[in-house]
Design a binder for this molecule. Structure first.
Ligand SMILES: C[S@@+](CC[C@H](N)C(=O)[O-])C[C@H]1O[C@@H](n2cnc3c(N)ncnc32)[C@H](O)[C@@H]1O
Length: 283
């Protein structure tokens, strides 16, 4: 079960540490706990466990309100009790990726880590090439964390990563933070952001119908994204399992798990339970 983690000693290193809201720590708590359950739970069942992060960041971040330095999600995933056999980090910004490399070397020097610089949607071939191909006698299970600021992930990227591989996806669905806020902009016929996000161009008709049933746009998008994932064989998660991260009264995003295996959803429900009941475990 969940381990009590020693707080990570971070000190200023002069490298980039992007500012984040205090809620980023809630997200990290959930990702850290899931990565920990996944890596320990799958250790004896798979020959290789790979952690992939498509929007990796700089490795450290700074809480906007307090100025406090915190570890980013890559470090949380690297410091689990039973580390993954390989880590693959993609980050668009060169200065952030360089900072991440230095910090990974500092905190997890023995980790097998690969780095891909650039937009994940354009670099999906390079990212895929870093994930070992599974075969009989050398099986591979991956956990891919997808953490964009907005709903900018293209479904095609997910499809290509999931093709011919066992991959679970933990995805930040920026439904409140982005989709709701930019609603008027995104629903225009000439805007393709939601088409790309869902991998579908016929959602507008369904949205028109859903409005008659007073469905909220955020809920509609979550359901549509779930349907897109189901086309790849992912078991549709219930909406309530998409963990909402809020800041004060603002609904920012939902962290959603997608897997082809029921066992993953059991881990995820433990995460939900522990993150609400026993926050101290990760403080
Ligand atoms: C929300 S931050 C991720 C932070 C990290 N997951 C964490 O919690 O510590 C999103 C990151 O994705 C990067 N980014 C934005 N668009 C990207 C893209 N298309 N491909 C890869 N990285 C991207 C940004 O530079 C930023 O560092």
């Amino acid at each position: 079960m969940a381990q009590k983690k020693e707080p990570l000693e971070l000190s200023e290193d002069g490298l980039i540490s992007p500012e984040v809201g205090a809620w980023a720590e809630d997200k990290h708590r959930l990702v850290a706990l899931y990565a920990s359950l996944f890596s320990s739970g799958m250790k004896d069942k798979w020959d290789n466990r790979v952690y992939v992060e498509l929007y990796a960041g700089a490795g450290y971040a700074r809480i906007r309100e307090s100025g406090r330095l915190i570890a980013g999600s890559p470090l949380h995933a690297l410091l689990v009790k039973d580390p993954f056999d390989k880590y693959v980090f993609c980050e668009e910004k060169p200065d952030k990726l360089s900072a991440l490399k230095v910090r990974v070397a500092r905190h997890a020097p023995s980790a097998a880590a690969a780095y891909v610089e650039g937009k994940c949607d354009l670099k999906v071939h390079e990212i895929s090439a870093e994930i070992p191909q599974g075969m009989t006698g050398n099986t591979v299970l991956s956990l891919c964390f997808v953490d964009p600021f907005d709903i900018g992930i293209k479904f095609e990227t997910i499809r290509r990563l999931a093709e011919g591989r066992y991959v679970d996806f933990l995805i930040t669905l920026a439904l409140g933070m982005d989709a709701n806020r930019n609603y008027e902009h995104y629903i225009r016929e000439d805007r393709l952001k939601i088409d790309d996000f869902l991998g579908a161009n016929d959602w507008r008709q369904r949205w028109a119908a859903a409005q008659w049933d007073a469905v909220k746009f955020t809920r509609f998008l979550a359901d549509e994204f779930t349907k897109s994932m189901a086309t790849l064989g992912y078991i549709p998660p219930q909406f309530y399992t998409m963990k909402e991260v809020r800041y004060e009264n603002l609904r920012l995003y939902r962290l959603a798990l997608f897997s082809r295996n029921e066992r993953a959803y059991k881990f995820w429900s433990e995460v939900s339970k522990y993150s609400t009941d026993q926050r101290f475990l990760f403080d």
